[in-house]
Design a protein around this ligand. Structure first.
Ligand code: ZN
Length: 276
């Protein structure tokens, strides 16, 4: 008998098939009681409605995706990003999300200065900390695979993310996504470091396909690629994080399959290749 205990579904996984309400209904029908919605999915049904959906069904929200995207070419752009992050914090608080996932942003158009862009990220984070702490919302910096350094996130390793967290202080941690960090030779040590600092706020899973045909929408179903998901989970649990594994599969292939098929496969693979 397959378990759905401690399994969360990142709703980007079923974005093509279902809206938030439909996704929740499908999850509940399969015994999944944890989700992680994206802000646009929440906005589509309305924040009040999303909040009610979460509350009435006793759902755990393992994260709200996403804040971040701090760098901009000018001060007005950076200010707008900070304001938008403050709205995201309010939304995360309303949904009682375990964390607000931070995809920090890449180079603004025309920039070749990744060092200053990384400083913009630290500064942007600093400017929302009072709000996040007041709202009781934890910020989870998600290091992204270096192939996204230019356009999505200039924080690319767990080590770099933890350096940033330590600079910022408490209530800032990391989302460890198998897809982004599996290749890192320093991974084991950095997971232990994150655990020791109580900074693991989320654990995302999918798989790295060989070959990967497209940078954004070719993530694999767990078990179809090369990531040692059981080993990763073992390390994360040893570091003290026992929260849900959150399935996040951005994939044109899976987006073209029926949602039910996708969900059944997710549950089967969670059991066969993800539980240590
Ligand atoms: Zn992720």
């Amino acid at each position: 008998m397959n378990t759905t205990e401690n399994l969360s579904l990142n709703l980007a996984t079923v974005r093509a098939q279902w809206d938030m309400r439909q996704a929740v209904e499908a999850c509940l029908a399969h015994g999944i009681t944890a989700i992680s919605p994206w802000r646009d999915q929440v906005q589509k049904i309305g924040l009040a409605e999303a909040e009610k959906l979460v509350r009435d069904n006793g759902l755990r929200v393992t994260g709200l995706c996403r804040g971040g995207m701090f760098p901009a070419a000018d001060a007005a752009g950076r200010k707008a990003a900070v304001e938008d992050n403050k709205r995201a914090i309010e939304e995360a608080a309303r949904l009682h999300a375990d964390c607000l996932v931070m995809v920090v942003g890449g180079l603004p158009a025309g920039s070749r200065d990744i060092r200053s862009v990384r400083e913009m990220v630290a500064e942007g984070m600093r400017q929302i900390l009072d709000d996040s702490r007041a709202a009781g919302v934890k910020l989870a910096v998600e290091p992204l695979h270096p192939m996204y350094a230019a356009d999505r996130a200039c924080v690319n390793t767990l080590e770099q993310a933890l350096d940033l967290c330590e600079l910022l202080g408490p209530d800032v941690g990391v989302a460890i996504d198998a897809y982004h960090v599996w290749w890192d030779p320093k991974l084991a040590g950095q997971i232990a470091r994150a655990g020791a600092g109580h900074r693991i706020f989320a654990h995302h899973i999918c798989d790295w396909l060989v070959p990967t045909r497209e940078l954004l929408m070719d993530r694999g179903m767990m078990g179809d690629g090369v990531v040692d998901l059981k080993g990763l989970r073992r390390a994360i649990e040893q570091a003290g994080y026992h929260g849900p594994q959150e399935v996040e599969i951005l994939s044109s292939h899976w987006g073209s399959r029926p949602g039910e098929e996708m969900l059944r496969t997710v549950i089967e693979r969670y059991n066969s290749v993800c539980l240590p």
